[in-house]
Design a protein around this ligand. Structure first.
Ligand SMILES: Cc1cc2nc3c(=O)[nH]c(=O)nc-3n(C[C@H](O)[C@H](O)[C@H](O)COP(=O)(O)O)c2cc1C
Length: 455
């Protein structure tokens, strides 16, 4: 079979993810592989897409190969997908799959983003390989890669797709335009940063931004990513992991620390593009990697102004919610121009104001707790290199490894021993739940002075 590998890693041939395709090409020599270093060549492809066109037309199977970058695929892959759709090449009916490597932190949202775009292109999909970055160096990882490839070929040969049916209207987005109040509420002393990706004058998004600015009642400022002078997307060099400094001399790392992370609230404003926030926004997000894995904005309210059919974008909604939970931020709302831009913008204003006055921060959900456990283990293992992250995790008690909770662990041995004994188990029957409630009884007594016998 003719297999085109679209390499979405900015590292080009040095991509770890790409090594899996190279391994498979050496193992299965009966198939023909061609690689396009799409992300690395993105500037060239922007000018002339014919190189990509030729390889895509040649292929029977297209493999989207990429590292997971901040919940999704890297900027280069976003841009490639944008260019691919704009080129009008007809890939419908061809087969597609994906290979990603990562530390499994939100590899599923990245995969769903790719899958949604494959669906847009009318391609036939076979589930991909979502590997850990070190997997290919293990025997099990190689077996899984080989297993994946055999599965892929078999499914293609037998014409069986793995497509997950997504419910979409499929129509073009028709925004409901927000009303812009003629008078703005006076702006009290708070710093709300609205991050957007271009001049929004005369756009539906621009109207939502204007309404938000008029009604929030606090000072706001707009940061237009297109005017930040970013020299490019993250190149995955990891230099910042050691020095906290980005190799790009465009000053973004300092700007992020001194002008964005210092804000009282951040509102992201974008139009949905290819099931994501668009390439430029993705470039901004990827470049945030210079901050490492440090949750430096804990407690800060976060909001979104989104133009597009957000309610149909399950995966994007997960990304938005998960990002807030990982950062332990209050997701103060997502205003959209689907049905009620005025109402949703005003609701966002109300929730941000509430968060400011009450300091409201809900607990992290599985998205945040689970995500940070992955980071915790990763940073601990790489503490020699990721020094700033390690210092931050130590200082903020992120290293909550279970083995450190000695008292609880020994207590559980005791409980295990008691419950393991038939006689004792019968004796304490029914008392277990009561025992677990003891700390709560004590709490209520302490806080509300409740009587001992009160239940
Ligand atoms: C900017 C940036 C963002 C990343 N974001 C994630 C992430 O969200 N989840 C994850 O598990 N790994 C993340 N990683 C780690 C990469 O996915 C991982 O190192 C990958 O194997 C690199 O593959 P490559 O060599 O093919 O580029 C990130 C790395 C970088 C540089």
């Amino acid at each position: 079979m003719r297999i085109a590998v679209i390499n979405g890693s900015p590292k080009g041939k040095n991509s770890i993810t790409l090594q899996t395709s190279i391994y498979l090409s050496k193992k299965f020599t009966e198939h023909e592989f061609r690689i396009l270093n799409a992300a690395q060549l993105i500037k060239l492809l922007e000018k002339d897409f014919s190189r990509a066109e030729e390889i895509l037309e040649w292929a029977e199977i297209v493999v989207f190969s990429y590292p997971v970058y901040t919940f999704l695929a890297p900027y280069g892959m976003h841009k490639f997908i944008e260019l691919l759709k704009a080129s009008g090449i007809d890939l419908s009916g061809k087969w597609a799959t994906q290979i990603s490597t990562s530390k499994h932190f939100y590899d599923i949202t990245a995969a769903a983003y790719i899958e949604d775009n494959i669906a847009d292109l009318g391609m036939r999909y076979v589930n991909g390989l979502l590997a850990d970055m070190d997997d290919l160096l293990t025997e099990r990882g190689r077996e899984e890669a080989v297993g994946f490839f055999k599965y892929l070929v078999s499914m293609v040969e037998s014409g069986v797709e793995d497509r997950i049916v997504r419910h979409r209207s499929g129509g073009t987005h028709t925004p409901k335009l927000a009303t812009i109040p003629t008078e703005a509420k006076p702006g009290c002393e708070k710093d709300i940063v609205i991050i957007t990706d271009g001049d929004q004058t005369d756009t539906s998004l621009g109207r939502m931004i204007a309404r938000f600015q008029a009604n929030i009642g606090y000072k706001t400022r707009i940061v237009d990513i297109s005017k930040l002078g970013l020299l490019g997307g993250c190149i995955g060099c990891f230099a910042c992991a050691v020095s906290s400094k980005c190799v790009y001399p465009d000053g973004f790392d300092s700007y992020l620390r001194e002008s964005i992370q210092t804000a009282d609230a951040i509102v992201y404003a974008f139009s949905i593009k290819d099931h994501s926030m668009g390439p430029l926004f993705k470039m901004y997000d990827d470049r945030n990697f210079c901050n490492g894995h440090r949750t430096v904005t804990v407690g800060m309210p976060i909001g979104y102004l989104i133009s597009g059919d957000y309610s149909e974008e399950d995966n994007l909604r997960t990304v938005v919610e998960a990002r807030a939970s990982v950062g332990h931020n209050f997701l103060a709302g997502v205003a959209t121009d689907e049905d009620d831009p005025d109402g949703t913008v005003d609701a966002l204003c109300a929730r941000i104001s509430y968060a400011f006055s009450e300091g409201y921060v809900p607990p992290q959900s599985f998205y945040g707790v689970g995500g940070l456990k992955i980071f915790r283990d990763l940073i601990y293992e790489m503490r020699g290199m990721m020094r700033a992250d390690h210092k931050f995790y130590k200082k903020n008690g992120f290293y909550d490894f279970p083995q450190k909770k000695w008292a609880r662990s020994y207590m559980m041995y005791l409980v295990g021993f008691l419950l393991g004994n038939e006689k004792l188990r019968r004796k304490i029957k029914g008392k277990m739940n009561e025992g677990m409630l003891m700390p709560y009884v004590k709490l209520f007594r302490r806080e509300f002075g409740e009587d001992k016998k009160q239940k």
